[in-house]
Design a protein around this ligand. Sequence first.
Ligand SMILES: [Cu+2]
Length: 152
Amino acid sequence: MKRRLLIIIVIIFTFNLATPTQQQKSNNSDIQIQKAWARPAAKYTNSAFYFVLENNSSKTDTLLGAETKISEEAEIHESYKKDDDRMGMRPAGKIAIKPKSKFEFKPGGFHVMLLGVEKDLHIGDKIEVVLRLKYAGKIKAQAEVRDIPMTK
Ligand SMILES: [Cu+2]
């Protein structure tokens, strides 16, 4: 009786784990994250995460959102010029990345806002942000805290 229960549990676990793992494997090379960096920030304030997203696949993929342990929230934002000519930012929703193209998240443009960082982010620190894409699934990005973008 106990043995049967154990087998059932094992089957449930295997089934649940199989889907995301397979999804990640098959798509790892299709979407690449390059030049990832984040702004320095004091604890409880906001930082921004920048990167280049490259879609090597033959279909459009869509960035749905981001998550990280480093801050309370991670939101996709875009910078825009307000009516009074000053810059503001707002949630950007989902972003479509066309096949065989690169999409750059950079200061003054699109970025992932890290709202309420859990600790001070100093230059040289390494953080991890997970991007959620429609087809490629979840992709981890390692970012270094810097005050200027990478030139390479
Ligand atoms: Cu923002």
